[in-house]
Ligand binder design. Sequence first.
Ligand SMILES: Cc1cc2nc3c(=O)[nH]c(=O)nc-3n(C[C@H](O)[C@H](O)[C@H](O)COP(=O)(O)OP(=O)(O)OC[C@H]3O[C@@H](n4cnc5c(N)ncnc54)[C@H](O)[C@@H]3O)c2cc1C
Length: 738
Amino acid sequence: MQKKLGRNTVVLLGIGHTNAHVLRKWKMKPLENAELVCVSNFPISTYSGMLPGALSGQYPSEKMEIDLVRLCASAGVRLILDEVVGVDPLEQRLLFRNRPSLAYDALSIGVGSVPTFGDVEISDHNPLISVKPMQTFLSRLRDRLEACGGGGNPRVAVVGGGIGSIEIALCLDQRMKTNPTSLGLESGQQCDISLITGGDRIGAGLLESTRDKVESHFQRRGIKAIAGSRVAQITPSGLVLKNGATEEADVVIWATSAIAPPILKALSLESDERGFVLTKSTLQSTSSDQIFAVGDSGTMQDQALVKAGVFAVRQGPFLWDNIRRLLENRKLVNYVPQANFLKLINTADGSAIGEYKSRSFQGRWCWALKNRIDLKFMKMYQDYSPMEMAEVSADPEDVMRCLGCGGKIGSKLLGEVLKELEVPAHEDVIIGLENPDDAAVIRTHGGQVTVTTDFFASPMDDPYLVGQIALLNSASDCCVMGAQPTSALAIVQLPLGHPRAQLQVMRELMAGSVAELKKMNATIVGGHSIEGPRLTAGFTVLGRQLTDPKTKGMLEEGDLLVSTKPLGTGVLLAALMQGLLPGKSYLPLVNTMLLSNYIAIRLIQDYQISAITDVTGFGMAGHLAEMLKASGKSATIRMDEVRLLPGCQALIDAGIESTLAPDNRLVTDKVQFIGDAALPANAALFDPQTSGGLLFGIAESRLPEVLDFLGHEGFEETCVIGEVTANPAATSALTVVS
Ligand SMILES: Cc1cc2nc3c(=O)[nH]c(=O)nc-3n(C[C@H](O)[C@H](O)[C@H](O)COP(=O)(O)OP(=O)(O)OC[C@H]3O[C@@H](n4cnc5c(N)ncnc54)[C@H](O)[C@@H]3O)c2cc1C
């Protein structure tokens, strides 16, 4: 968060075809004095036009994906991956299940659609796979086909009469004939595919001549078309149709016509009979001028458009224009949908069927055209090169801003945040935020208090997450001493910018940290906040010792060394900041940092561990070296046991590292490598960790119960990385076996 915070906030909910255009335009030229926030349910967005091609094996799946983590990072745009539960149009706030609401000046809803089930009865243990969410469709299909096992051809029923279901049937058929093992089948296995539609023929909405072409493809390739009756029931063994016929199936792919996803109902905006948000021709919701509904999610009053990506794409430039007009109080423009559009059906055999107006055609040239259009479209969204950021202090007003205590955040802003914050009470707090004074007064229980402090410049653009991680990172030091955190003081530097945006950042940051404090039965008692070039956050945490302090120097010879989290947060965060972190690695990164080291207290109290520390800035090698020195011991660790975060190895191989890593390698004189010291994986030992895991020693006999405990607490990546040895030469050496 290095740029200046703007006054206005534009929020995109769901980054489909239309909203992605706004994101791309923003990257090219962000709006002055405004923030863009993207809210998505996946770190990746999928382009439906290429899904069938990825299914057939014509493209690797990455070709149909927009990596939102990389695109947002490269555009300097904030990405929130969280569940939206509602909208408050009066207060102009988007409401989330797990975090504070987000204020917006313009909100664009583009969450697409889902296939309709209508009154279909669905039994338990059914073989159903919905085409949505598209992000997981291929992996769900592969798992389902794999589960069918060897012997016999799995029977696949595709339900739906439109272009999407036709392409799925044809493309699945092609994949099965060319590379069945890549979709979970055994070599030599095929699929028996059928397509079921309630219409009189397959290809609803297509010209009769186009339907003829589709049907002849089906006949030639042995795909059964069953028309004329809708599905009544999905049973464990397949389908029962309304006319009483049955269709046995091991896999049922559901790709019927579109209805609104449940989230649209939760937003309570005026909608059409299928639940899509009703809009004016400016794409604004009829319920609120600040809300746009685009792509499949919106239905324009008096316009019976089919739900198709081509309309969603065409709306992009209108949406971008109208958002700017709305923020500038200018008259909005009307979107006029195209009367006709080109339809192209990928038959996956190097050819495609097409129609435009009253003409139907097919051939290899049709596929070449479709392929060119799709690849060109996706290329626009797969440019993840970083945007040039404006210098933060370019505004002459900033030069005049006071530093020192004059850089403090205004009391009004702080007052507003504290008013909303549900600060938990704590018996040890004598004077805290309930009755604020110059300092907090804390009861110490026998005259002893454990104190620690930590803070960092935020590598992420999400203040709520930063609040959570900064708190966990700071409190961890207290917990590994065997102290129960009781209270914390915040240290915050808010980015320069508009007070309204600063309020939002502060609100989210504090809410994130208080949410984590509550889980530890601790509270916040004060802090200090200033303005500066980038978001920086940390905490001083006070704790009450529950046992004698567990120091680092208590390792014993023969102890097994246990690490509770995979390494690599430094590498992944460095990649994130450079727009290089693959979307698939983002959630594992966030989730590992959110695993709380509060459990260190239980480890110390109940599991007789010998010594413990948390792995943070100095990296695994640095922190282990500290423990060995303090304990007067040596240790051996085996690199094949050390776990890395998903994607870490590839980023290390690509030369990505944290700027702190070279300093951490200075500990190398204490490290002896057996095997290839230059192996890239060894770099992970020197990677500085943010909210890293625990590293502790334990006798082998106690290992099973401690692993069981950690597994139940969500530390599934816990592993034994080596053991403590004697130190006859008094050099406290660390031996790394690669
Ligand atoms: C197999 C198939 C092939 C198709 N091929 C074509 C074609 O060739 N041409 C054509 O014109 N149309 C095609 N369509 C129709 C087309 O997919 C849709 O009309 C189009 O995707 C609509 O775009 P959108 O931006 O509204 O939604 P989407 O492209 O579906 O994007 C919605 C986004 O919102 C996200 N989202 C969903 N719920 C939430 C939530 N609660 N919170 C946050 N984010 C959320 C989703 O993850 C997704 O990234 C096809 C459909 C299918 C099923």
